[in-house]
Design a protein around this ligand. Sequence first.
Ligand SMILES: [Cu+2]
Length: 192
Amino acid sequence: MKTYLALIAATALVLSACGGEKPAEPAKPAAEASANTATATATASASDAAPAAAASGNTATAGGECAVTVNSDDKMTFDTKEINVKSSCKDFTITLKHTGTMPKAGMGHNMVITKASDKDGVMADGSAAGAEKDYLKPDDARVIATTKLIGGGESDTITFPVSKLAKGESYAFFCSFPGHASLMTGKVNLVD
Ligand SMILES: [Cu+2]
């Protein structure tokens, strides 16, 4: 079943790559397709759950259930669109890595977590605060957690109490470097 799904995904990719006018971007869709397959398998099959979960999605990189590693790069992307925070975790740890080579001044990234409804305001105030404040208003109470702004080759790790997230609320993560959040954003989900 898993192989079958992967084949379908691969075939769809090939078809869309051949059929479309626009240039294909094989690496990213393929990675997304395999992550989706692994996630579906983990949900569907209890007997498979442990290995599939270990191989899947955004908690694969390091740190167990209450931590995640997210990579960013010189192309203004995060390598995940969703971060699942287990409600059973007391604290949650996020490591942000910048796998590119460009300096912070030109391609700096951070990871800021806010309520989805606060995102635009935090970004606007961050942009106004400017580079010397790492594009965040100092002591912005709307910011639930944030890494520092990092450049190529750097990383930063933060830990925040899961009690800061409430069931039923929508949360976002994004990079507050001006212009980046159009690509560099995703959802933070509080899950059981
Ligand atoms: Cu950025």
